[in-house]
Design a protein around this ligand. Structure first.
Ligand code: GGG
Length: 349
């Protein structure tokens, strides 16, 4: 029996609601596929921050380091500034565990009506740089509260950071169409983005049969809506990748279906799997949250752990449920989070 230890941080808001259906589905698959998962459930959250002044214990990173993966729900709280939660309970894992690739696939799933006929056949993988770029601590605020107050925020782009994410995208493109679109803004951002373009082009040139097309982020946003099927692999900086992946998910029907894998490709540290969506305070506690993003992220986690058949079965199960016309309200259906999870379990049985 293969054994895995996975740290579960359901977090805040609907993170707590979408996690149980995914854990139950993976448990249902495990025995039949010859593995078992020990879930280490962590109560690390905004509630913990309010009580103890910290989202996680001081040695939280060390506590996760010997696990095989981290499974995260959502982080954020209406009473705590978003940058405090994100830098307290999400970004530290990405950085400390060198999860420099954030893989965000999106395709049309069965049973979901495309937002427009243009989206039919959409199948894209966004390879988001995950540890540098615009998400940076470099900068500061000066003259707080004064009329001449100002803020400086530096983006950090390194040759190492750009080339390793471009390499990942090129290897992925070799298994797909061979086409990469690179999100840029080298007309307006005159230092970091021309550097990004150069390093991406140099890196991709090492891969036979792979071509890269740099596209300005504003035009790429329009293209994601108007010609989504012209995209296959997209490589993007931290911020551009974050925005584009929400957009691609919206074009495919709902941000509630979008998964994400924060990968440490060298496997020196655990990788982390999470739905793309946040805590959705507007629907929290109503049973309306869509668990598909978390189920899909769970399938990506199984794939990463080497459990390919179980991953395929889980994907087929949530796709099958959607194909049967069962969906949550964000997709126009009336199923609750629990109903959807139960229907997935029925398929797996
Ligand atoms: N699913 C984790 C979560 O709550 N994500 C919300 C979010 O704002 N993420 C920003 C990011 O991925 O950089």
């Amino acid at each position: 029996m293969r054994k895995y230890t996975v740290d579960v941080i359901a977090g805040d808001g609907i993170g707590v609601e979408v996690m149980p259906p995914a854990l139950r589905a993976i448990d249902a698959l495990a025995g039949r596929h010859g593995f078992e998962v020990a879930w280490r459930e962590r109560d690390w959250s905004s509630e913990r921050y309010r009580k103890d002044g910290a989202f996680m214990p001081e040695d939280g990173i060390e506590q996760l380091a010997d696990g095989d993966a981290v499974f995260l729900g959502a982080v954020g709280d209406v009473d705590i500034p978003d940058h405090v939660t994100l830098w307290g309970l999400l970004i530290p894992f990405r950085r400390e565990f060198r999860q420099y690739v954030n893989l965000r696939p999106m395709r049309m799933l069965p049973g979901i009506a495309p937002t427009s006929s243009r989206a039919e056949g959409l199948d894209v993988v966004i390879v988001r740089e995950n540890t540098e770029g615009e998400y940076s601590e470099v900068g500061g605020r000066v003259h707080r509260g004064e009329p001449d107050e100002f803020a400086v925020q530096e983006a950090v782009f390194t040759r190492k950071g750009i080339s390793r994410v471009a390499r990942f995208a090129a290897q992925l493109a070799q298994q797909r169409s061979g086409r990469i679109v690179s999100a840029t803004k080298s007309n307006g951002i005159i230092h970091s983005m021309p550097f990004w373009d150069e390093v991406v082009a140099e890196t991709v040139a090492e891969y036979e049969g792979v071509e890269v097309e740099p596209v300005l982020i504003d035009a790429l946003a329009a293209r994601t809506v108007l010609k989504p099927t012209s995209l296959d692999v997209v490589v993007a900086s931290n911020l551009f990748g974050d925005i584009l992946s929400d957009l691609a998910a919206a074009v495919a029907g709902s941000i509630g279906i979008a998964p994400s894998a924060n990968l440490n490709p060298e496997r020196e540290f655990p990788s982390m799997f999470e739905p793309v969506h946040g805590t959705a305070p507007d629907i929290v506690g109503q049973g309306k949250a869509n668990p598909v993003g978390t189920l899909w992220a769970g399938a990506m986690m199984l794939e990463h752990l080497g459990e390919r058949e179980a991953a395929a079965e889980l994907t087929a199960a949530f796709e099958g449920v959607l194909g049967d016309g069962v969906s949550t309200p964000d997709l126009g259906g009336s199923a609750s989070t629990e109903d959807f999870g139960a229907a997935v379990l029925d398929k797996l049985r």
